[in-house]
Design a protein around this ligand. Structure first.
Ligand SMILES: C[S@@+](CC[C@H](N)C(=O)[O-])C[C@H]1O[C@@H](n2cnc3c(N)ncnc32)[C@H](O)[C@@H]1O
Length: 224
């Protein structure tokens, strides 16, 4: 197991691009990312139901302007556009963005660093889906500060990420998956760290919903 993990970390390091805070194994992961997400979520009621709950949390109505930070292959983008949102999305990994552009051509998808982004006009909502667990605490604070800066007062932030509240026997299997396949840097998010960092960034959290039998969580918060 140790060897597998070292190999995965090695691949991630080799693939790292500037800036240094961007964890980037996505040259290799992009071709299989959608298949991985689909199969990992299948035992928990499927990807559509899972991602649909996140779209619901955003409260999208026709024309809602959403800033998606870390679009990946566009799985959330497509669903938000279908719900009527006008999406601007950012990602640094070109192989992921290429797929997102094909999936959601209606969205404005840009190769850009979340931490450096400045909005031309304020957004109604912002989404960070499975992005913060790849970041160290300082980088996370930077990403949340971008969300705060780009939202209008009263705008909604939705954060989707891993959670550590699954029951036995799902919990040990899930933690083994995390050890093998995910960067160690975000492990504190499982034990309440996600809620703490969103609150520390100045957001008022109104809801913390459990998804996929406690392996994921969605936080809904407002920019004061
Ligand atoms: C695990 S993927 C999640 C993708 C998608 N949100 C989803 O729900 O499937 C994380 C994505 O965040 C992007 N990302 C991480 N740090 C970033 C940064 N600083 N600027 C832009 N994109 C970043 C990665 O390139 C990757 O595509």
């Amino acid at each position: 197991m140790h060897l597998v993990r070292r190999r995965l970390w090695g691949l991630a390091r080799e693939a790292q691009l500037t800036p240094d805070h961007h964890y980037d194994p996505y040259d290799r992961l992009a071709p299989v990312y959608d298949w991985m997400a689909w199969s990992l979520l299948l035992p928990f009621g499927g990807e559509d139901r899972f991602r649909g709950a996140v779209v619901d949390a955003l409260g999208i109505t026709p024309g809602t302007r959403v800033l998606e930070l870390g679009v990946g292959t566009g799985a959330m983008t497509r669903r938000m556009v279908d719900a009527g949102a006008r999406v601007t999305g950012l990602d640094l990994a070109e192989p992921m963005l290429e797929r997102a552009r094909k999936k959601a051509p209606e969205a404005d998808l840009r190769k850009a660093d979340i931490l450096a982004f400045e909005a031309e006009e304020p957004f109604d909502a912002a989404l960070l889906a499975f992005v913060l667990h790849e970041m160290d605490p300082a980088t996370r604070a930077g990403a949340l500060s971008t969300a705060a800066r780009c939202l209008r007062p009263g705008g909604r932030l939705v954060v989707l990420d891993f959670d550590g509240r699954a029951p036995f026997p799902i919990d040990p299997v899930f933690r083994l998956y995390l050890r093998l396949a995910e960067p160690e840097v975000g492990r504190d998010l499982l034990e309440g760290g996600l809620l703490r960092c969103v609150e520390r960034a100045g957001f008022a959290v109104s809801e913390r919903r459990s998804l996929a039998t406690g392996t994921a969580q969605v936080l809904v918060a407002t920019r004061p």
